[in-house]
Design a protein around this ligand. Structure first.
Ligand code: SF4
Ligand code: SF4
Length: 371
């Protein structure tokens, strides 16, 4: 540091000296502030942690994970996050657990023909309330990110909207490390099996991604045929090597699930199958079973009234989602506690698992080491 020298005359030189001293003191102060800030920053949670805490507490979600944009390199045209948000760097995904009570209400319809309780499944077990919960979380999180970081954040819909497209929340959830695909195409988590739904936010923030799920597969589709056998319309084909859908997330991470026939699934889910409508007065499935139709053709829409279509197309919030057998009977995610030992179902799904009783059902509870 330069100090003004003693004995020098006051005047121009001493003024210059004082100015230098001021600058030096200012610099020392700035450096001290920076050092204090750096020390404080060390104790501050990262932006990733702040976002995750917000999702788990303020948005009331059960799980959260982050995917980097590179994991979407093999996305089909029009289905890449940057097709929705140019400049997107990260996809933040979260999960709403479906209540067992609401999911099990669907079993009463299918097994007991008690249609009066089925609305509980439609509204709380899959579409209605879960969609709203996810939509609200995405909206809150997008606002939080924009307010606190200045980055752009786009909330994603949690169900199809009328005349619009959406990113596959299932693929995004796998990319964010929240779960793995099951054979039935639903994303399975170690904690809840298939009993969850996913929502998310795209952002231009470059965030540290979470690892994708590695290790043992949750769904052993070569041994377990439960979803395939309980599907009432045959929409889920049996496993045959080379005929499944394959998704490459990069980093050597490949996921597989069945080449599900979405038209057949839609027929059951929308009640155009005798087991899923009140009076059995219409049934599209029988002729279709004999003459399989093109997957693109969606005849169910022809049977809907205008009013029903309004409900149907408004983020799937209708209370009458009819099927879901693949989700309800899947043995993953707390099999014994939630299903097998409770007497809630009369269907012995063990008959659909190869080599049972060799299959340790604890594996399906996520209790085995490494799950
Ligand atoms: S929801 Fe029903 S019809 Fe659709 S794939 Fe699952 S079991 Fe089959
Ligand atoms: S029912 Fe079986 S095959 Fe189907 S997703 Fe669940 S674990 Fe996989």
């Amino acid at each position: 540091m330069v100090f003004p020298q003693k004995g020098k005359k006051k005047g121009l030189y001493s003024a210059v000296g004082r100015a230098i001293l001021k600058v030096q003191l200012y610099t020392v102060r700035q450096n001290a502030c920076t050092a204090v800030y750096e020390v404080m920053k060390m104790g501050m949670p990262t932006i990733e942690k702040q976002i995750k805490d917000f999702v788990l507490t303020e948005c009331h979600q059960e799980k959260v994970g982050i995917a980097c944009i590179e994991r979407f390199n093999s996305s089909p045209k029009g289905m890449h996050p940057t097709d929705f948000l140019p400049g997107c760097q990260s996809v933040i995904m979260f999960c709403t657990r479906l209540p067992d009570g609401a999911v099990n209400a669907a079993l009463r319809t299918y097994e007991d023909r008690n249609f009066r309780v089925h609305g509980q499944y439609g509204m709380f077990g899959y579409v209605g309330a879960p969609n709203y919960n996810l939509l609200w979380a995405a909206y809150r999180l997008a606002r939080y990110i924009e307010k606190n970081t200045g980055a752009i954040a786009m909330p994603m819909t949690a169900g199809p909207t009328h005349g619009s497209g959406m990113l596959s929340m299932r693929h995004c959830a796998v990319a964010a490390g929240l779960g793995q695909f099951g054979w039935c195409s639903i994303v399975l988590t170690p904690e809840f099996g298939p009993r969850n739904r996913f929502g998310g936010v795209l952002t231009t923030l470059k965030l540290k991604p979470d690892p994708m799920m590695d290790g043992k597969r949750l769904c052993d589709y070569e041994k377990c045929h439960v979803c395939e056998k309980v599907c009432p319309t045959g929409a889920i084909p049996p496993y045959k090597p080379g005929q499944e859908r394959v998704v490459d997330f990069g980093e050597g991470h490949i996921e597989r699930y069945s080449a599900i026939n979405w038209t057949k699934c839609k027929i059951a889910c929308e009640g155009e199958y005798k087991d899923f409508n009140f009076n059995g007065d219409y049934d599209l499935m029988d002729p279709i079973m004999e003459n399989p139709i093109d997957e693109e053709f969606v005849p169910t829409q022809m049977f809907r009234t205008k009013a029903e279509n309004v409900y149907h197309n408004f983020i799937q919030h209708q209370t009458s989602w009819k099927c879901g057998n693949c989700l309800q009977y899947c043995p993953l995610g707390g099999w014994k506690e939630r299903f097998h030992d409770t007497g809630v179902s009369n269907v012995n799904v063990n008959q659909y698992i190869d080599h049972y009783p060799d299959v340790d059902m604890d594996v399906y509870n996520g209790e085995e080491e490494g799950l």
